[in-house]
Design a protein. Structure first.
Length: 165
């Protein structure tokens, strides 16, 4: 008796997943397909086909991550611009809240102040910058580039600089 039949869609998904992660056991686990079946499918593909799938997936990732990085940088820039624009207003509101007694400000005014503060505050820039940095590094790796700043700048004294030309 033969085992379960799988459709072409599952096979293609397995090829794509393997092209990305290069680990047949991981593909087997995620798709809930026996490892022996995954190995059989992979044997039917030539190394060139798998390499081209892997390169296609890398290109797709680089393109998508570049789009996300660009959008994230725009969002970060807008948030920073907004923080700078409203910094004085935020300081005034904070001072007003600090210097008021609980009875001096009505509940409605406090609610309005809190809404205004929430609208003006910069939301969690740290997590946004970490996400941008992580994507930037992953994109660089997919491109085969270094993920660390390996640029070295050497400045020569003026007397010696003429000999460098």
């Amino acid at each position: 008796m033969k085992g379960k039949k799988y459709g072409d869609d599952i096979k293609e998904k397995a090829y794509m997943m393997y092209a990305v992660c290069g680990n047949a056991s991981e593909v087997s686990r995620r798709l809930n397909v026996p490892l022996s079946t995954i190995h059989k499918w992979l044997k039917s593909k030539t190394p060139d086909e798998l390499d081209s799938l892997r390169e296609e997936k890398k290109r797709d990732f680089v393109e998508k991550s570049s789009e996300i990085i660009d959008k994230s940088l725009m969002l970060l820039e807008r948030r920073i611009d907004r923080a700078i624009e409203y910094e004085a207003e935020l300081d005034e509101i904070i001072d007003e809240l600090k210097n008021s007694d609980n009875n001096e400000i009505s509940p409605q005014t406090k609610t309005e102040l809190i809404k205004t503060l929430n609208k003006l505050k910069v939301q969690d820039i740290k997590s946004l910058t970490v996400a941008i940095g992580t994507l930037y590094d992953k994109r660089a790796l997919a491109r085969g580039e270094s993920t660390e700043n390996s640029t070295i700048t050497v400045s020569l004294p003026k007397e010696i600089e003429a000999y460098g030309d």
